[in-house]
Each structure stands twice: as structure tokens, then as C-alpha cells.
Design a protein around this ligand. Structure first.
Ligand code: HXC
Length: 271
């Protein structure tokens, strides 16, 4: 399913009041596509304006226009590579000039491919750790002064694959473990200032680039993936969780890793 054809995130609108994020501003890295795009859309549908950050300027420009049209809110595309702090600082500056504040941050930019330890170069390992872990740190560093001011919240996009050994994923496993740890430290250091930090760990979510990259391209893309709920996840399942975590309903939830995986990890634990 091309992300531009996504249906509105009606599920969350039905559960949460439509204007819970009125006057709020989201800063989302990796927001040009997939899970991060869906989370941004859901937060905008509840009243927030947003900046989406990505490397591909055409993609983020197109996505920003689509999100604005779909939600009636403003969406600013800002080109940046999360490995480059200066570019992230520029994206934050543009956001403040345009919207005046940052309440919510999604650290979602990530990189992945399948490769065994023996076939992975040092640079390949470093590249994924730099995008996922260092990119998360860089995003926190660039946004924190503003999130402190708004007593806002962070969501970091991680995974479940590093909870036990997953073959061909040593680089991502190391990187996502670092993301989880970074979020926990952020939660305890900044909690006294009213800042919350949580991790969403998506399981198998249909139609995403991550699933494409991890699936057997020669066969059924969904082969080998299952959950206790008997289906793959949908990007809207993750988006609804993000709405909850940013909302006042989660005002005492911080330092947590929330799996959105239909208990697929639990199944894996028994096999
Ligand atoms: C082995 C590979 C490789 C592969 C790249 N490399 N692809 N090695 N197998 N398939 C190596 C290269 O040879 C190089 O090492 C090093 O990695 C850096 O590659 P570059 O192409 O120069 O890096 P860059 O242009 O920065 O691209 C980064 C990338 C790319 C991660 C390699 O795939 C990317 O931009 N991905 C972004 C989109 C993405 O991956 N989305 C999925 C996220 S899903 P050498 O030694 O040759 O210099 C996700 C969820 C996980 O994260 C959990 C899902 C359940």
C-alpha cells in the first residue's frame, strides 16, 4: 500500500478527542514515509502542526503537502540527515521560526538491511548505529531546550528484534538497544523538568520499508511473520499508540518501551 493512499487515522479520532493537540507542535525525523508518516498524520489530525525531517527533499515536500491537505494543519518539510547535528539544528530553527515551539518529538529516522556478522563491513555497522543511535542523540540534543520549555514528550522508534538474537541484524540490534537505553536516560534526567520519554517497539507492520527489507523477497512477503492476534500490524496501530503516549492520558508514563506487535514477540519466546 503506497503511503500516500493511507486512509485517515480514524481509529484514534474515534477514541481520543479531536482537538487534544490543538496549539502543539510535533518534530518528527523519518516522517517522510511509513510508520513515522502515519504517526505524524495521527498527531496532526488531533490538532498539532508538524515538521517532518528527512534526507530526500522531494519525498518530504510531497508528504508534507499531503499531510497538510489531509488534516488541515500546517506541515513543514525540513531536509536534514540525522547524522549531521548542524542540519538538525537548522531544522529546529526553521520549526521555531514557523511555529514558535516544539512540544513533541519523534526520533524515527532509521536504516536497515539484512547482513550476517561475517559479511558486514565496519562501515556498514557504523552507518546503521550512526543513523539510529547517534541520530536519536543528535535529535534530542537539538530539540531539548524547546521540549523543556513546553514540558513536552519524546517517542523513540525502536524494535523488538534485539530482545533476543535475531540473525543478520547485529547492526540494527546494537543500534536499537542503544536507542532504548538513550530514552531511559532521557526519561530520568529530564523527568524532574516535566519532560517524558518513551519508546515504541513496532513488531511486524504491513506495508513498511522495514518489513520489505526484512522479508524474503523471493517468496510471500508475509511468510514467517505472525502474531497472537492472527494478523500483521497496520501503521495505524503504531499511530494510535503515539497519540496515547503524547496525550495527557499518558502523563505518568515515562521511561517505558511499549511493544506494538500483537504479542508476536511472546509467541517467539515459546518457539
Ligand atoms: C551489506 C550494506 C548493505 C547490505 C549497505 N551496506 N547496504 N552492507 N548488506 N544490504 C553497506 C555499504 O556497502 C557501506 O559499507 C555502508 O553500508 C554504508 O552504505 P551507504 O549506502 O554508503 O550508506 P547510506 O547512503 O548512508 O545509506 C544508509 C543505509 C541505507 C542504511 C545503508 O539502506 C538507507 O539509507 N536506509 C534508509 C531507509 C531504511 O533502511 N529504512 C528501513 C528502516 S526499518 P562499505 O564498507 O561498503 O563502505 C528499521 C526497522 C527495523 O530500521 C525493525 C523492523 C522490524
Amino acid at each position: 500500500m503506497p503511503t500516500s493512499d493511507l486512509a485517515p487515522v480514524v481509529d484514534s479520532t474515534a477514541v481520543f478527542m479531536p482537538d487534544i493537540f490543538k496549539g502543539k507542535v510535533l518534530f518528527c525525523t523519518g516522517g517522510g514515509s511509513g510508520i513515522c508518516r502515519a504517526m505524524t498524520e495521527a498527531v496532526m489530525r488531533h490538532g498539532a502542526d508538524a515538521t517532518i525531517v528527512g534526507r530526500n527533499v522531494e519525498r518530504i515536500t510531497k508528504t508534507a503537502a499531503e499531510l497538510a491537505a489531509a488534516t488541515g494543519r500546517a506541515c513543514l518539510p525540513a531536509q536534514a540527515d540525522v547524522r549531521q547535528p548542524k542540519l538538525l539544528q537548522d531544522a529546529v530553527k526553521k520549526t521555531i521560526e514557523r511555529f514558535g515551539r516544539i512540544d513533541f518529538v519523534i526520533c524515527g529516522a532509521a536504516g536497515n538491511f539484512l547482513a550476517p556478522i561475517s559479511g558486514l563491513s565496519e562501515n556498514a555497522f557504523r552507518t546503521v548505529v550512526e543513523i539510529d543511535t547517534l541520530g536519536t542523540y543528535n535529535t534530542i540534543k537539538a530539540t531539548l531546550p524547546h521540549v523543556r520549555e513546553s514540558k513536552g514528550a519524546y517517542i523513540h522508534v525502536s524494535a523488538t528484534l534485539h530482545w533476543r538474537g535475531t540473525p543478520y541484524q547485529v547492526h540494527v540490534s546494537a543500534a536499537k538497544a542503544g536507542v532504548d537505553a538513550t530514552s531511559a536516560v532521557l526519561a530520568v534526567e529530564e523527568g524532574p523538568r516535566g519532560v517524558r520519554s518513551n519508546v515504541i517497539a513496532p513488531g511486524p507492520i504491513a506495508g513498511t520499508e522495514g518489513m520489505d527489507r526484512l522479508s524474503n523477497k523471493s517468496g510471500d512477503r508475509q511468510q514467517g511473520w505472525s502474531s497472537a492476534l492472527g494478523r500483521l500490524g497496520d501503521v495505524r496501530d503504531v499511530a494510535n499508540t503515539a497519540v496515547f503516549l503524547f496525550s495527557d492520558a499518558a502523563s505518568f508514563v515515562s521511561g517505558q518501551v511499549i511493544a506494538v506487535d500483537g504479542a508476536s514477540e511472546s509467541i517467539r519466546g515459546f518457539t
